[in-house]
Design a binder for this molecule. Structure first.
Ligand code: C5P
Length: 225
């Protein structure tokens, strides 16, 4: 996998979690560290790609040789990814996108009032960026990859999600103690729309990233580079 099989290609990777503000000081967030997406960006650069990394909240430094766009909310992530995807050969959605956001953003800090219960928070759905990218390919032959964290019936749920989202590859993680979120290692099964199943044993996130590119590279449209 060390060859420069992505030379001349432009890939877009999303990473990290989104933050959905409730008021100027509070947000709904998630535990994504961004490490898997950053590993995808680094390995793609090593294989010769031009890489745009759309990064949500992470503590990680910008990887060398990568065009990094920082975003906060799912809607900002959508704007940035769709724009970058317009000229990309492949898009990998490794970001943990909040499925819901507070329906109302309160412009002043929400205050506690003595003797009064707080107002309930109403949530609304965020756009599903992966489904949108898959349905409306910005370029013919563009390869779209998603991630899915599942706790049970991992393969059956993964297959159903792959079909529902319409992407080419879905990296399915079983969520567990030492796995996925915040850990240096990962273990997954990569499901392909053509039926192929590629198990990736527990190991560094770079190894999983390289296996993703091993599967993306032969699926790329044989177009002018
Ligand atoms: O539906 P679920 O959140 O399990 O799907 C996970 C995959 O879909 C990830 O690739 C994630 O980046 C993407 N996603 C998205 N937009 C959302 C929710 C998830 O693109 N609103």
């Amino acid at each position: 996998a060390a060859e420069r099989d992505l030379a001349g290609r432009h890939v877009v990777v999303s990473a990290g979690g989104t933050r959905e503000p409730l008021d100027p000081v509070r947000y709904l967030g998630n535990r994504s560290s961004g490490m898997q997406g950053y590993a995808l960006a680094r390995t793609a650069v090593a294989r010769g790609a031009r890489v745009t990394l759309v990064a949500g909240n992470t503590e990680l430094p910008d990887p060398a040789g990568v065009d990094v766009i920082r975003i906060g909310t799912a809607r900002q992530l959508r704007e940035a990814v769709l724009k970058a995807a317009a000229e990309a050969d492949a898009v990998v959605m490794a970001a943990a996108v909040a499925d819901f956001r507070p329906a109302v953003y309160t412009t002043g800090k929400i205050k506690k009032i003595d003797g009064q219960e707080p107002e309930p928070v109403t949530l609304v759905r965020n756009p599903d960026i992966l489904a949108e990218l898959s349905a409306e390919r910005a370029r013919p032959g563009q390869v779209v990859v998603g991630f899915a964290a599942e706790t049970d019936d991992v393969l059956a749920n993964g297959r159903a999600k792959l079909a529902r989202k319409g992407c080419d590859l879905l990296v399915v993680n079983e969520v567990g103690e030492h796995k996925a979120f915040g850990s240096a290692g990962n273990e997954a099964v990569i499901l392909a729309a053509d039926g192929a199943e590629t198990p990736v044993p527990y190991g560094p996130k770079e190894d999983l990233a390289d296996t993703v590119w091993d599967l993306v590279a032969p699926r790329l449209a044989d177009t002018e580079r």
